[in-house]
Write a protein that binds this ligand. Structure first.
Ligand code: NAD
Length: 653
């Protein structure tokens, strides 16, 4: 195989995954052929694409018309012609090895010599699938998550003979879809994400089987104490208990008795109305923070960290890749490697050793890589190194875990909230990082600050309510200073909003001076629905900005409003189509970067402080500021440039 320039993509299967993959490829501009075995199935898949594209268009997330995207999707029933011109084929047929092999043998016969042949399998061996062809070097795993339109992660899996070129072509293709690929460098069962997920589901199941915990305790503790998006049993009900059961059976792993029992009784989860919870006559997954009890969360996290160590030690993935995988693929908070570094790898190792001794169970046997790390003193964040290196400033994560930032030479400080897996929810740590960054940056080198959220779903969907239930009122009243730091930062700040801007996220946007939103964005203060009120300045900021009538509507009703109304109400400066957002923000930023820093600083200060003062006091502040600016070089430069009809070059002196 030579270098591949992917233009035409063929997707085999128009089911759940196939139609979604075809859709994202078409949205990204590729010509796509979607093939299934019957006309009816192809049409259903095509209709699903159309429906989904219309939803995207309604939310303002398509840069062109639905018809234009659909025009790039062809359908087919016959395989030979469907793949004849393909640069890349992605197989998304049912998860059966015999079927996959049959399909790849056919592909071998009919696909162009240069084509990359990918399988979307979630659990089968890429190597074995590739063995059905005479060109295993061109076969690669490309594991999308469900639903492909929403999920940002794709695992790119090397089979034993996959070449770098093939894997790189697949990786580049995923990037061109605006998704995040991670390499899985060896064809291990479960790849990266499901390998770490395994113990999250299975260990609580063992604990419940052994009478050491209840289903509700496990789910409540993992969600409300440890911040996972869904309890293990709740997740298992959603996926289908039979699915996990089948995968474990195929991989030759022992099956926890509660799992086996449910499958025997036909209680497979939501799809049958009953699983670990009762969805028909009961209230479904109805655990609450009060159910937390004494559940041993370390036992579960230690096993996940042990699996991560194995992947890293075996050269399957790096800590960064493991963490990216579980964050984007499963919505896990921060990533298991970072979390393990915080817990302490020594504590994790000790937990595994104790359990191993007590039970003699193989699954607790500590992995060699974990042992090596601990023995070499790399016991985690507190020690300066663990899975990551914290001291060298080299390989490990930057200084911040939940923020990315860049300060340009011109003085533009761009800050990205980086928790896309949690829709950039503001955790205490994230807020502390914002506070720390703005408090420690050299203000003189900054002329303007922008905030945005990673991914395209949310600026920030709110405060992270993890641990709320455990907090005492005095703790909770101790609101983080981050909002104030943003508000008082002496340079203009702008929130670049795309998607949800809710609760704490809205308060962060309100702490900024200016706001530009894409048309599909949604704004709201949903705190009231939780029995709370906005606690980061929201009630007072909204009151001052929107007036009592509108502010009370937002706060009392807890409903969302769209970007158009937000613009009409004066909550944002502009609501723009998403394709134009960068340009509009660019124009704002240009003015702020090139404006006179001192005058902007004084304007910000007198306007912020004046808003809360009497008119007399505010006017006094203004004239004081006005006077102050009279002695500056910037004023001289501004007036000279005006006279000379040129652009001023302000220095902030
Ligand atoms: P699905 O049953 O919804 O769709 C599979 C489609 O493939 C069906 O429409 C079927 O008619 C069609 N098909 C069968 N033989 C075919 C052939 N020879 N050529 C073309 N199409 C053929 O299944 P799905 O959920 O979309 O899963 C497809 C693959 O994606 C599986 O390998 C699965 O493991 C993997 N996967 C699924 C998920 C998920 O959550 N559903 C997530 C990641 C990966």
């Amino acid at each position: 195989m030579t270098d591949v320039d992917v233009r035409r993509v063929t997707v085999l299967g128009a089911g759940n995954m196939g139609h979604g993959i075809a859709e994202v490829a078409a949205v990204a501009g590729y010509d796509v052929v979607m093939r299934d075995v019957e006309e009816e199935l192809v049409s259903e898949g095509y209709e699903s694409i159309e429906w989904s594209l219309e939803k995207l268009a309604e939310k303002g997330r398509l840069d062109e018309s639905v018809a234009d995207v659909l025009a790039r999707v062809d359908t087919a029933v016959e395989l030979e012609s469907a793949v004849a011109d393909a640069d890349l084929v992605i197989e998304a047929a049912p998860e059966r090895m015999d079927l996959k092999k049959e399909i790849f043998a056919e592909l071998d016969e009919h696909a162009p010599e240069n084509a990359v042949l990918a399988s979307n399998t979630s659990s089968l061996s890429i190597m074995e699938i590739a063995s059905a062809t005479s060109r295993p070097e061109s076969v690669v795993g490309m594991h999308f998550f469900n639903p492909p339109v929403k999920m940002a992660l794709v695992e790119v899996i090397y089979g034993a003979e996959t070449t770098e070129e093939t894997a790189e072509a697949a990786y580049g293709f995923v990037e061109s879809l605006d998704k995040t690929p991670i390499y899985v460098r060896k064809d291990v069962s479960g790849f990266v994400v499901n390998t770490v997920l395994g113990p999250y589901i299975a260990e609580p199941a063992w604990m419940v089987s052994e009478g050491e915990a209840t289903v509700r305790e496990a789910d409540a503790a993992m969600v409300h104490r440890r911040g996972y998006p869904m309890g293990p049993f709740e997740l298992s009900d959603l996926t289908g208990i039979d699915v996990t059961h089948h995968v474990r059976e195929e991989a030759g792993r022992p099956i926890p008795p509660v799992m086996a029992e449910k499958v025997e009784n036909g209680d497979l989860g939501r799809k049958t109305g009953r699983g670990h919870y009762d969805y028909e006559s009961g209230a479904g997954a109805d655990y609450t923070p009060d159910d937390v009890g004494e559940f041993d969360t370390l036992r579960v996290e230690a096993r996940m960290a042990n699996e991560a160590a194995r992947l890293i030690g075996d050269g399957v993935a790096t800590p960064e890749e493991v963490d990216t995988g579980v964050r984007l693929g499963l919505g896990f908070p921060e990533g298991i490697c970072r979390r393990a570094d915080d817990i302490g790898l020594d504590a994790i190792l000790k937990k595994l050793e104790t359990l191993s001794e007590e039970t003699g169970e193989e699954r607790f046997a500590p992995d060699d890589h974990l042992v090596e790390l601990v023995e070499s003193g790399k016991t985690g964040r507190a020690a300066g190194a663990g899975f990551y290196d914290y001291d060298s400033g080299g390989e490990g994560p930057g200084d911040y875990r939940f923020l990315n930032y860049d300060l340009s030479e011109e003085g533009l400080l761009e800050i990205e909230l980086d928790r896309p897996e949690r829709m950039n929810a503001l955790s205490t740590d994230l807020l502390e990082e914002i506070d720390d960054l703005l408090s420690s940056v050299d203000v003189d080198s900054v002329r303007c600050v922008t905030f945005e959220g990673a991914g395209d779903r949310a600026f920030s969907a709110g405060a992270d309510i993890e641990g709320f239930a455990d907090r005492s009122p005095t703790d909770a009243m101790d609101v983080t200073p981050a909002f104030e730091t943003v508000e008082e930062f002496p340079r203009p700040t702008l929130a670049k909003i795309e998607g949800y801007c809710l609760g704490g996220g809205l308060e962060l946007a309100l702490a900024c001076d200016l706001r530009v939103a894409t048309e599909g964005s949604e704004f709201g203060a949903p705190e009231i629905n939780l029995g709370l009120i906005p606690g980061g300045g929201g009630t007072q900021k909204l009151l001052r900005m929107l007036g009592e009538t509108r502010a009370k509507e937002l706060v009392f009703r807890g409903n969302r409003i769209g970007a158009d109304r937000a613009e009409e109400w004066g909550l944002v400066n502009r609501a723009v189509p998403s394709a134009e957002s960068d340009d509009v923000v660019g124009e704002f930023v240009d003015d702020l970067l090139n404006g006179p820093p001192l005058a902007l600083e004084v304007a910000k200060k007198v306007m912020n402080e004046g808003a809360d003062a009497s008119l007399d006091a505010a006017l006094a502040m203004e004239s004081q500021g006005f006077g102050l600016l009279f002695s500056t070089d910037d004023l001289r430069e501004g007036t000279a440039a005006f006279r000379e009809k040129r652009d001023p070059e302000f220095t902030g002196e």
